[in-house]
Design a protein around this ligand. Structure first.
Ligand code: PEP
Length: 254
């Protein structure tokens, strides 16, 4: 039985004060959730709020993640932040290869692989985002795209490291559009991802891996998605910004 994981990606939103307020509201609201001890919840604020959120989540069930890192440890890389730096800020997770970073900041599969390897070496859990565009899907290229992204991102990831990688299937056409993948569409890609991992690492390892879905997940569609065998949680953008909607979504996990 894989432990459900819900990750809130706040993207470029919230001042420090707003972030603290949302965490305080969330801490109060999540205490009402019956199965809270059986779910992992990670919040990924902007870099500027990480330090404040680290303190705000103390003594709660919430964990902290960053939205990106650079693979070098230190040096002349203006504007970048290393894994040691986010670790220092209390992060135990990091989102890697989000489609917005691939699209707007031209991150390549090779950049993403370096980020995965460096996070694993520093004991930070990478949340690897992969997914196809609408045109890829129309052209029936979804599985080819997913396979290529996995092959590159997971190159040189050893079998004793892979269960520490979270894979987030995020079809680009579903992110922030309100058009979520159907449970069937999501499940068939999740199964494909698990089979890819099985071929590379063996059944026992692949069976333990957590594969989460992202793309317009909300409190209304989460429970149908979670009924699918290979969907182990969600990467949530818009619906994680308000404590109330995020709590409702977590409550509706089944
Ligand atoms: C995301 O940020 O990864 C995401 C899935 O966003 P949204 O839930 O808003 O579609």
């Amino acid at each position: 039985m894989r432990r459900p994981l819900i990750v809130g990606n706040w993207k470029m939103n919230k001042t420090i004060q707003e972030a603290i307020q949302t965490i305080n509201d969330l801490k109060t609201l999540v205490t009402d959730i019956a199965n809270i001890n059986n779910i992992d919840i990670v919040i990924c604020p902007a870099y500027t709020a990480l330090y404040a959120v680290k303190h705000a989540i103390a003594h709660s069930r919430l964990m902290l993640g960053a939205q990106n890192i650079f693979w070098q440890e230190n040096g002349a890389f203006t504007g970048e932040i290393s894994t040691s730096m986010i670790k220092d800020l209390g992060c135990s997770y990091v989102i890697v290869g989000h489609s917005e970073r691939r699209q707007y900041f031209k991150e390549t599969d090779s950049d993403i692989n370096k980020k995965i390897l460096v996070s694993l070496n520093k004991n930070i859990t990478p949340i690897l985002c992969i997914g196809e565009s609408l045109q890829n899907r129309v052209d029936k290229l979804t599985f080819n795209i997913i396979k290529t992204q996995l092959e590159h991102a997971l190159a040189n990831v050893k079998s004793n490291q892979i269960t520490s990688v979270i894979i987030a299937y995020e079809p680009i056409w579903a992110i922030g559009t309100g058009q979520t993948a159907t449970p069937f569409q999501a499940q068939e890609v999740h199964l494909f991802i698990r089979k890819f991992c099985e071929d590379k690492y063996g059944y026992n390892i692949a069976d333990k891996m957590r594969i989460i879905y992202g793309g317009s997940v909300n409190s209304e569609n989460i429970s149908d998605l979670m009924k699918e065998t290979d969907i182990d949680g969600g990467l949530i953008g818009g619906a994680s910004l308000q404590a109330k909607s995020f709590t409702q979504l977590i409550k509706n996990l089944k």
